[in-house]
Write a protein that binds this ligand. Structure first.
Ligand code: FAD
Length: 387
């Protein structure tokens, strides 16, 4: 069994809501309009300790679980904000925590917990390989006490507002490994040292106000002790973090879904056309009610994933299904909310079109819906592998 309404979680909700009250929808709209970064919000969330929720107490964090972390991100989105500006730190930190050496953890985690360093970026995706990660072409070659990095990445987020990045690169050529998932390694890259010394960053203009970039590596040298864990095992380490990442994204979608439903039902009660509130029409009511049911159903799977993860069980199935259901439900709620608002849904001042764009991302990133369906078909239903 799993529970999700304990007093402790309510206290977290209240705390995050209190902080978000200082960053209302007008704040997020203004940041979106200028394509800016919500620096004041990220600093406030960090200073209040919420981003260090999952860092163990011995390294300066709160030592909480995925359940609590998911509530933090859910509430940010439910209040009209965008967790996409900060969520990277929660799951990137987890990779360092699980696979970093004691020396790396002692050096970085307390500074991350205290807000002195940000670990907001992870470089995995490449322009020519896409979802087929084992074919990545970025290489890291060991030369004495250094690794030399060459290659290219795409869609790497929050580089301009992070101090550190986790980077996946091939350390053994694909032709020389027993299994294609071997021979890749992860590194902790100091962005301040790297940018301008072999790393070039090219921002990508995109549909959401999401700071994301193309990266070009041209003989970037990093210290050999930047390697996290064992050389050649990086792909497995990255996969390890994905269940947490998917569950956190599911929670963000739940927050979005609730924001859309609340906004739509309120507008349906207030807006009068033909001499009565539009919400009196079942053609307007029913889609909102349906969206609500689907968000609540997705939430059950999210709690299951959190519970399995926090109790040390394999959460792969639940995390993938939670991400799928929640992303579908929030997108449906977004569509219904926009339709309920009629023409006003397109006006920036109502925030619906902004949140609509923001929640759409989660059917593509960090994992596309098709890839989740393929995981379920192959791993849960034991159908043949399709690629
Ligand atoms: C705003 C944004 C921020 C991002 N931030 C990061 C980041 O910080 N770090 C990072 O590493 N990456 C990041 N990404 C990349 C993101 O993880 C990828 O875009 C996503 O995983 C999909 O990969 P792709 O774009 O290469 O699509 P492709 O792999 O090219 O796939 C294109 C489409 O084809 C479908 N498809 C492909 N193969 C199959 C198949 N065998 N069967 C069925 N369907 C298939 C996919 O589902 C998808 O819909 C970000 C992306 C965006 C848009």
């Amino acid at each position: 069994m799993f529970s999700h309404d304990s007093e402790a979680l309510d206290a977290i909700r209240d705390g995050v809501r209190g902080l978000c009250a200082n960053f209302d929808e007008a704040y997020w709209r203004a940041v979106d309009e200028r394509k800016g970064f919500p620096e004041e919000f990220v600093s406030a969330l960090t200073e209040a300790g919420w981003l260090a929720a999952m860092i163990p107490e011995e390294y300066g964090g709160s030592g909480l679980g995925l359940t609590e972390a998911s509530v933090i991100l859910e509430e940010v989105n439910r209040c009209g904000g965008n967790s996409g500006t900060v969520h990277g730190q929660m799951y990137n930190m987890f990779t360092l925590l699980r696979h970093g050496s004691e020396a790396q953890k002692r050096e970085y985690l307390p500074k991350i917990a205290a807000g002195e360093l940000r670990l907001q970026s992870m470089g995995v995706t490449e322009p020519t390989t896409g979802t087929d990660t084992t074919k990545i072409k970025t290489t890291a070659v060991r030369k004495g006490d250094k690794y030399v990095i060459n290659g290219q990445k795409v869609w790497i987020s929050r580089i301009q507002h992070s101090d550190l990045m986790i980077l996946l690169a091939r350390t053994t050529p694909l032709e020389q490994v027993e299994r294609k998932s071997l021979g890749m390694s992860i590194f902790l890259v100091d962005l301040h040292q790297a940018i301008g010394n072999g790393l070039t960053v090219q921002p990508i203009a995109n549909m959401v106000n999401h700071e994301t970039n193309e990266l070009f590596f041209d003989n970037l040298e990093i210290p050999a002790d930047s390697l996290i864990g064992e050389e050649g095992m990086g792909f497995r380490y990255i996969l390890d973090g994905l269940n947490a990442e998917r569950t956190l994204i599911a929670a963000e979608c739940i927050g979005d879904g609730r924001w859309f439903i609340e906004k739509a039902s309120r507008y349906a009660c207030d807006r009068e056309v033909f001499g009565r509130p539009i919400g009196k029409n079942q053609g307007v009511q029913f889609p909102i009610a349906q969206a609500h049911i689907e968000v609540e159903a997705a939430d059950l799977m999210r709690w299951r994933a959190c519970h399995e993860y926090d109790s040390g069980q394999h959460a792969g199935a639940s995390a993938n299904m939670a991400k799928y259901l929640a992303a579908e439900a929030s997108w449906k709620a977004a569509n219904v909310c926009l339709q309920t608002h009629g023409g006003f849904g397109f006006a920036a001042e109502y925030d619906v079109e902004r949140k609509f764009r923001e929640t759409r991302l989660y059917q593509v990133a960090p994992i596309s819906t098709n890839l989740i369906l393929s995981y379920v078909a192959e791993h849960l239903l034991e159908m043949p592998r399709s690629f």
